[in-house]
Design a protein around this ligand. Structure first.
Ligand SMILES: Nc1nc2c(c(=O)[nH]1)N[C@H]1C(S)=C(S)[C@@H](COP(=O)(O)O)O[C@H]1N2
Ligand SMILES: [Mo]
Length: 511
């Protein structure tokens, strides 16, 4: 056998060792805890360690497919490492094993540092690597037998190697994939969610007037469906929260600590409100924004039970997966703000990926400083003492949503017929409200758009401008004015560190 072919088969043996390691680890993670899976732990660690610009770049490139992009990259890295393990162990033992152990150490550290990890969480990575080295040893021994075989035995030795390879790979794939599916399925939790029955709101959301929704093809619906609602979080795997054991604790600078279970929460008089959530990473014209009808218990009432101390000025809300957000205490205590500990979204229990069983919804603040999903703890504290997840990574510790407007139709690059064209879209200035939207064509005079009826100051508002479109290529721009009279400025500002600014512009071809 040529040296080149030996290397190729050694690389394949390395792949086999990696496959078996991962499969064994995945099976162990079923017992130890889904979060201890090395694939999941390393991926989450990568997200936590990624500098903010990488996150922005990946979101810009892949949108909400950012998790899939990460998994693909991780998969490629795993394959390359596996090939290297096989070749190194063949050529320069024990370097292949050393590399395998190094990868195991990284995976163990990743697993051990996940939020909620126990010391047991390193077990899948450690045992996985040990089994991997054994498989590599057996594989390379058989390869050596085959490579050095005399002409009489070569067929037998080749078969022994290939059989071992094929059977082990098939077994590892079947078992590994099943275990992976089990770990990520959240099947039990999804069932629990299905069995949750939300109470009727004590204070229903005000009726939405018929004039709030314009009948224009292509405009964003006034209420975003749960399926289409944008999703942004650091969770590679949706956190699995068991409602029967879930609790929210209020701790820190309070006169008395408070604990509330899900069942207790559902017995309280709940409030329903339409609130538009927005992500600070949303570019001008972007779609990381959505509007839903939330059902929840007012946070000011919950905080009243704990009686925050006078020197507190912030609430650090914490998710079960370790994410934290810093929200000004006075915002949460404001009885006119209707900040909610939400359990329902558009008439259903919160979808798993939107924070089941409970999350915060705070009108007027970007999600990263307010909208903690899978929330388990509210620590009453001060901005001086505590720093939240994204502020630690360079984003502002305060994040009021900026006034913005967006052209939905015609889409950028669209071709439209000359004549009457409805230019329409959304404008928002959460908790302040929109008083005017203007459109201009080819940098001409600003023309007032017609505003649809508002739902409230806390939601976005539709608008339309009837344009008599002449032939040619045209630039359309929009700007909004909030109800305090502040108009969006022309200066383009990127999302970091506290939200994008600027006029949204589209170019259309009129034929
Ligand atoms: N636990 C947790 N909650 C979180 C986040 C997160 O990463 N983890 N991201 C926040 C951010 S940045 C935004 S914009 C909103 C998005 O909420 P959605 O996914 O329901 O749209 O959730 C917030 N709550
Ligand atoms: Mo966000």
């Amino acid at each position: 056998m040529s040296a080149r072919r030996r290397y190729q088969w050694a690389a394949v043996a390395g792949m086999l060792a990696a496959l078996v390691s991962l499969a064994v680890a995945e099976v162990l993670a079923v017992v130890v805890g889904a979060g201890s899976s090395p694939m999941f732990a390393v991926g989450s660690l990568a997200i936590d360690l990624a500098p903010p610009w990488v996150k922005d770049f990946v979101i810009a490139l892949f949108g909400t497919g950012d998790k899939i992009a990460l998994l693909v990259v991780l998969g490629i890295v795993v394959v390359l490492l596996a090939l290297a393990v096989g070749v190194l162990q063949w050529r320069r033992p024990p370097l292949g094993n050393v590399l395998l152990v190094l990868v195991g150490v990284v995976a163990s550290v990743a697993a051990a540092t996940r939020a909620g990890a126990t010391p047991w969480w390193i077990v899948p990575s450690v045992i996985g690597v040990i089994v991997g080295t054994v498989v590599l040893r057996i594989g390379l021994d058989r390869l050596a037998d085959w490579a050095d075989s005399d002409p009489i035995h070569v067929a037998i030795d080749r078969r022994r190697f290939l059989t071992m390879l094929g059977m082990t790979a098939a077994g590892a794939l079947v078992v590994g994939v099943a275990a992976r599916a089990y770990n990520s399925a959240n099947a039990a939790i999804a069932t629990l969610r299905d069995s949750v029955k939300l109470p009727k709101p004590a204070t229903p959301a005000p009726q939405i007037s018929a004039g709030a929704e314009l009948d224009i093809p292509g405009i964003t619906p006034l209420i975003s469906s749960n399926e289409s609602f944008y999703r942004i979080d650091t969770a590679l795997q949706v956190p699995v929260v068991d409602v029967s054991t879930w609790k929210l604790r209020i701790i820190g600078l309070v006169e008395r600590e408070v604990e509330i279970t899900f069942d207790e929460l559902l017995t309280l008089p709940l409030t329903e409100r339409a609130v538009t959530l927005a992500c600070v990473s949303n570019e001008v014209g972007g779609n990381l924004i959505g509007n839903a009808i939330w059902l929840g218990y007012p946070l000011h009432k919950l905080l009243e039970r704990a009686r925050p101390l006078p020197r507190a000025d912030m609430v650090l809300s914490r998710s079960i997966d370790g994410f934290t957000a810093s929200t000004p205490l006075e915002v949460l205590q404001d009885p006119r703000r209707d900040s909610l500990l939400a359990v329902g979204m558009n008439g259903e229990p919160l979808p798993l990926e939107h924070g089941f069983p409970a999350r915060l919804v705070v009108p007027g603040l970007y999600g990263y400083v307010s909208a903690t999903k899978w929330v388990t703890e509210l620590k009453v504290t001060t901005f001086a003492e505590d720093i939240a997840y994204w502020s630690y990574r360079g984003w502002s510790d305060h994040g009021p949503i900026k006034t913005e407007s967006r052209i939905d139709v015609p889409a950028s690059g669209a071709r439209v017929r000359a004549g009457r064209v409805a230019v329409a879209g959304m404008a928002w200035s959460q908790h302040t409200g929109i008083s005017a939207v203007e459109v201009r064509i080819d940098r001409g005079v600003w023309q007032p758009a017609r505003l649809a009826d508002p739902i409230s100051a806390d939601t976005w508002r539709q608008w339309v401008y009837e344009w008599d479109a002449p032939r040619g290529s045209h630039l359309l721009e929009v700007r909004a004015t909030d109800s305090l009279g502040q108009t969006q400025s022309a200066t383009q500002v990127p999302p970091a560190p506290n939200g994008a600014e600027g006029w949204h512009a589209v170019t259309v071809a009129v034929e």
